[in-house]
Ligand binder design. Structure first.
Ligand code: SF4
Length: 285
C-alpha cells in the first residue's frame, strides 16, 4: 500500500486565523468561550479545549465557568449577527471577533444592497451560521434560497441582489441563479463563493482521480466537506469521508492500493499526518 497526503490540503485562511486568535488568547491566560463549535472538526476542537478553550452553546452570550468567572466570547469564522455583538456589549461581555474577512466582505455587501432597498437573496443553507449572520446584517429581511421551491416565496417586483454562502458549489450557485432569474428581475448578483473553496475543487478532483482510494478528512457537520466529498466521489467511487482514523474500515483497502488522504478547509495538517501514521500502523504490517 502506498499512502499519499494531498500537498494542497490544509485549513483555509479563515480557519487558521480564528485558531491562531484562540491560541494567542489562551497562551496569554485569557478565559475564552467559542459561540458554538469554533470549527467543524471535533479532533481540532478537542486539542483547543485541552488548551483551555470552552465551547459554549450556539446562542450563548455570557459563559461563566464553575469558578464564577465570565469568559470572553469568541466569534467563529462564520461570523455572527449584529444583535449578538450588541447583546454582548449590553451584558458587558468582551468579544473576540474571529469572523473570516471573506465572510465579513459578504456581510458588508449584503448590508449595502439591503440599505439601498434591494431584496437581498442568499443562496445557501438557511440554518448555516454564516447565512444566519448575513441575514442578520440585513435586519433579518434577507431571503434564503436553498432549493428551487424556495424561489416562489421571493418578491418578484423588487430590485434583487443575489449572493452565495461562501462554501457552496459553484455549479449549484449558477443553477439557482438561473432559476431565480426566471422568477424575479435580478438587478445585481455576486459570486461570493470563497476562492479557497472554488480553487480547491479542481485540485482535489485531480488528486482524487490519481488515487485508488481517497480518505477525505472533515467534520460530518461541515458544508465544505460535503461539497469536497461530492467532488471526490464524482471522479473516484472509492472515496470515503472520515473524521478520524478510527472510521477507516479494513474492507475499503487492498494491499496494492494508492491511498490518498486529503482534508477540508477546517481540517488541520497534523490530523492528516496522524491518520497516515495510523494507517501504516494498522494496515502495513
Ligand atoms: S472557507 Fe473561505 S470563507 Fe470560509 S472560513 Fe475559510 S477562507 Fe473564510
Amino acid at each position: 500500500m502506498h499512502i499519499v497526503i494531498d500537498e494542497k490540503a490544509g485549513p483555509c485562511g479563515g480557519v487558521k486565523r480564528v485558531i491562531k486568535l484562540a491560541e494567542q488568547k489562551l497562551a496569554a491566560g485569557e478565559k475564552i468561550a467559542s459561540r458554538g463549535e469554533v470549527i467543524h472538526n471535533s479532533v481540532e476542537i478537542s486539542r483547543l479545549e485541552k488548551l483551555g478553550l470552552k465551547t459554549a452553546a450556539e446562542d450563548s452570550i455570557k459563559h461563566i465557568d464553575d469558578s464564577g468567572q465570565p469568559h470572553k466570547l469568541l466569534i467563529r469564522a462564520h461570523g455572527a449577527t449584529p444583535a449578538v455583538f450588541d447583546e454582548a456589549d449590553r451584558q458587558g461581555v468582551e468579544v473576540i471577533d474571529g469572523t473570516c474577512p471573506v465572510v465579513t466582505r459578504s456581510q458588508k455587501l449584503a448590508r449595502k444592497y439591503h440599505e439601498q432597498g434591494y431584496q437581498v437573496v442568499v443562496v445557501g443553507k438557511p440554518k448555516h451560521p454564516e447565512v444566519i449572520a448575513i441575514v442578520g446584517h440585513c435586519d433579518n429581511q434577507a431571503r434564503v434560497v436553498h432549493q428551487e421551491t424556495d424561489i416562489a416565496r421571493l418578491d418578484t417586483d423588487r430590485p434583487t441582489f443575489v449572493l452565495a454562502q461562501t462554501t457552496i458549489d459553484e455549479n449549484y450557485f449558477n443553477t439557482m441563479l438561473a432559476a431565480i432569474a426566471r422568477h424575479v428581475h435580478i438587478v445585481e448578483q455576486r459570486n461570493t463563493i470563497c476562492a479557497f473553496v472554488s480553487n480547491r475543487k479542481d485540485q482535489l478532483r485531480a488528486f482524487a482521480a490519481g488515487c485508488d482510494v481517497v480518505l477525505l478528512v472533515g467534520g460530518k457537520n461541515s458544508s465544505n466537506t460535503r461539497v469536497m466529498f461530492d467532488d471526490c466521489r464524482a471522479v473516484n467511487p472509492r472515496s470515503y469521508w472520515i473524521e478520524t482514523a478510527a472510521d477507516i474500515e479494513l474492507g475499503w483497502l487492498e494491499d496494492d492500493d494508492t491511498v490518498g488522504i486529503s482534508g477540508s478547509a477546517s481540517t488541520p495538517g497534523w490530523l492528516l499526518e496522524q491518520i497516515a501514521v495510523e494507517l501504516r500502523r494498522r494496515f502495513m504490517r
